[in-house]
Design a binder for this molecule. Structure first.
Ligand code: ADP
Ligand code: ADP
Length: 226
């Protein structure tokens, strides 16, 4: 079952110095419950790609389909976790997770019940009523994951989510993310510049190869899971 279908997507930025081609003709698909990593050198367009998929930016050619329907703007069908913690500092951990649920029409009671279930899944039940600044970096990203999964997105888009963490925390978070992913029905698209991280996490690695001035190559590498 195809979840995301990226067809010949291209992106050009216009700047004072002329045009920048950030993506040229990128195509791939992801399937239900698949964990896909995208790697590639700095500047090859990884962040541009994920911002387009998130609906935060428009593409200038090609099309992006989610469950067969064109993606336009952000939506609850796509969860996002980026490197910088995007938690609301003035809300408790629980209220951070409840925020999106209430936006999507849950009552306060429903949102609270669901938020507590998601916090349990990421192992943060004892921290439901504290504020983000009281948490370690890894714990903040666990809240961000709980919050983005709470709306039951079809796909979770992650842009170097563990890039700011120390090596030990990062390894713990990788194992933790795999545990979460195994327990729920979600496809993950995960961007990293760390090949070890991609091999640890992915079912399939997409290598985005920049060929300046030429069409970009996308090389697919399957990674058998033990
Ligand atoms: P990566 O995430 O792989 O490092 P990016 O998607 O950030 O790559 O960038 C791809 C290319 O697009 C780079 O050449 C970058 O300089 C350019 N770029 C990214 N964002 C903008 C922007 N807002 N305006 C102009 N050029 C941009
Ligand atoms: P990080 O995710 O940044 O590695 P840790 O998970 O190591 O952070 O947690 C930082 C601190 O919080 C540690 O002292 C740890 O024992 C404590 N801690 C983390 N999760 C829980 C939890 N679910 N219950 C109680 N204490 C926890």
């Amino acid at each position: 079952e195809v979840v995301l279908d990226v067809r010949h997507v291209g992106k050009r930025y216009r700047s004072a110095r002329g045009e920048v081609v950030a993506l040229s003709d990128v195509s791939f698909r992801t399937h239900r419950r698949e964990f896909v990593c995208v790697i590639g050198p700095s500047g090859c367009g990884k962040s541009t790609l994920i911002r387009i998929l998130a609906g935060l930016e428009s593409h200038t050619s090609g099309e992006v389909l989610l469950d067969g329907k064109p993606v336009r703007g952000p939506g609850a069908d796509r969860g996002m976790v980026f490197q910088g913690y995007t938690l609301f500092p003035w809300l408790t951990v629980k209220k951070n997770v409840m925020f999106g649920l209430k936006m999507n029409g849950s009552s306060a009671g429903e949102a609270e019940r669901e938020a507590l279930q998601w916090l349990d899944l990421v192992g943060l039940t004892p921290f439901a009523d504290v504020y983000p600044h009281q948490l370690s970096g890894g714990m903040k990203q666990r809240v961000a994951i709980a919050r983005s999964l709470a709306n039951r997105p079809r796909i979770l888009l992650m842009d170097e989510p563990f890039g700011a963490l120390d090596a030990q925390t990062r390894a713990k978070m990788q194992a933790h993310l795999i545990d979460i992913w195994r327990n729920i029905d979600v496809t993950i698209l995960f961007i990293t510049h760390d090949l070890d991280e991609a091999i640890m996490l992915a079912d399939r690695i997409l290598v985005l190869k920049a060929n300046p001035g030429e069409v970009q190559e996308l090389i697919e590498v399957p990674v058998p899971r033990p």
